[in-house]
Design a protein around this ligand. Structure first.
Ligand SMILES: Cc1ncc(COP(=O)(O)O)c(C=O)c1O
Length: 464
């Protein structure tokens, strides 16, 4: 196996420590500000519910114990139990059409009243229409579909399909990536926070350095020589029998946007070595980057595409695997034997979501608003002296801060996050350095402006 860039820690970090630089996902449970925030921000009802939640749910990083409790969600706004409104620029990247979009709610409600569930061996009209529609969105190039109840499950299907179709078992993916939290997907994933202390992972999983222009580990500096593409080429050449290369075309957490040349080289390398190219677009498809699929920015196409998250309109769990027609070669293998497979409810939600994205022009809207908002953020945050870069595509926006060294930057980002939460803005901190901002694509321009103001204020205050 290729070398892991950050040695995974075997034990959890002690309470009160700042997220380690190798924890790509910001974990609010590790913050020293957490206790103070809970005491200051919440009334007795919220605190009591948080305590009941912490008593009954298994504790795990990145979720339980929780920070707050919600009462409702609509559009870009969450309302907590105390009645406070929070702009949701996190949304688990599942709210492209905003929370509780009326057309999605209506479609789901209608479906609930007729056929809410479809046992295996039967099909149903919405599920067939969804598969046809998804195939159509790829211009008919990925017309074969399997549905699944979640992203990791769909990734598992893609991996099995690649094994059956190629007769090979090895996978190549990148350090720093995330493809789900199941044992197979953490094996191809590259984040220490998911891999450490969990025991043996899937054999045959190779990892290359990602194309991460903001933090290239291969020493390209300002003069990129695409050494990362070279590493992928070398591993495919050396192994000679890799079933699939799995990539997030745009790394969602730290918002890394590779140059098109990277994709041309890896596509060519895959074709040369008979390796299938799987794009994981679970958080980045469906308009997030200003195109229906983020790979459309780069002029290459995958052999297998995986969708999830916002596909169910942020309401019903729904994911999908789209594949080339000639990969329909596993009829005698159960690729995804999921109870909620051809879910009429999920399909109704997905069809309504796709209608909303088309009818409200959300791809073009994300492109236009994202461009203007990134410029606005640069203007507002730049004078703080703490801004390294604002980057992104569409309404996938990363604000990278720097306070000199990694621990100080992680502390700065943590202070900005807690300041913003108190002022009614939620987002994610990635790798202790990037504020990852993923508003609904239906977000109002006034809401973008409010969020930019909150960020600028919190960064200025954090500096003092
Ligand atoms: C890139 C990527 N792949 C896969 C997944 C897993 O999706 P799910 O949480 O639905 O299993 C996620 C979820 O965050 C993701 O961001």
């Amino acid at each position: 196996m290729s070398r892991e860039p950050h040695a995974p820690h075997e034990s959890a970090l002690p309470p009160g420590s700042i997220p380690a630089p190798d924890a790509s996902e910001g974990d609010v449970n590790l913050s020293p500000r957490r206790g103070e925030y809970l005491a200051r921000a919440h009334g007795p009802d919220t605190l009591a519910l948080l305590q009941r939640d912490a008593r009954v749910y298994l504790h795990q990083s990145l979720s339980t114990p929780c920070l707050n409790a919600l009462a409702s969600a609509r559009g870009s706004v969450l309302t907590d139990l105390g009645g406070r409104e929070i702009l949701d620029f996190h949304g688990n990247s599942a709210h492209q059409v905003g929370h509780a979009h009326p057309r999605v709610v209506e479609a789901v409600t209608r479906q609930l009243a007729s056929l809410p569930f479809c046992p295996r061996r039967y099909t149903n009209e919405p599920a067939v229409r969804l598969a046809e529609r998804l195939g159509g969105l790829t211009g008919g190039r990925l017309p074969r579909v399997l549905l699944a109840p979640g992203g990791a499950a769909a990734m598992g299907i893609a991996l099995k399909l690649a094994r059956v179709a190629t007769g090979r078992f090895k996978f190549l993916s990148t350090w720093g990536s995330f493809h789900g939290a199941s044992l197979d997907t953490i094996s191809i994933g590259g984040e220490a926070v998911f891999r450490r202390g969990i025991g043996p992972l899937l054999p045959g999983c190779e990892h290359a350095q990602p194309c991460a222009p903001s933090s290239c580990a291969l020493g390209c500096g300002g003069r990129c020589s695409l050494a990362c593409a070279g590493e992928v080429e070398d591993i495919l050449e050396r192994e000679g029998d890799v079933a699939a290369l799995i990539l997030e075309p745009v790394r969602c957490t730290t918002v890394e946007v590779p140059p098109p040349d990277y994709f041309r080289r890896i596509r060519d390398a895959c074709d040369r070595h008979g390796t299938l190219l799987i794009f994981d677009e679970i958080p980045t498809a469906l308009g997030r980057t200003g195109r229906m699929f983020s790979f459309e920015h780069f002029g290459v196409e995958p052999d297998i595409l995986v969708l999830g998250k916002g596909l169910g309109g942020g309401i019903v769990p729904q994911a999908a695997v789209l594949a080339r027609d000639d990969l329909n070669t596993a009829a005698s293998t159960s690729l995804g034997h999921y109870t909620h497979e051809k879910s009429p409810l999920g399909a109704a939600a997905a069809l309504a979501t796709l209608d909303v994205i088309r009818d409200e022009g959300l791809c073009a809207r994300a492109e236009r608003l994202g461009h203007a908002w990134r410029a606005r953020l640069r203007g507002l945050i730049g004078p703080s002296g703490l801004l390294r870069e604002v980057r992104g595509l569409g309404l996938l926006v990363g604000v990278e801060l720097t306070a000199g060294h990694a621990a100080a930057t992680a502390d700065l980002c943590d202070r900005v996050l807690y300041g913003a939460l108190e002022r009614g803005l939620s987002f994610k901190v990635s790798d202790g350095r990037v504020l990852t901002l993923t508003p609904a694509l239906t977000v109002g321009e006034d809401e973008l402006e409010r969020a930019a103001g909150i960020l600028a204020e919190c960064i200025t205050r954090a500096k003092k």
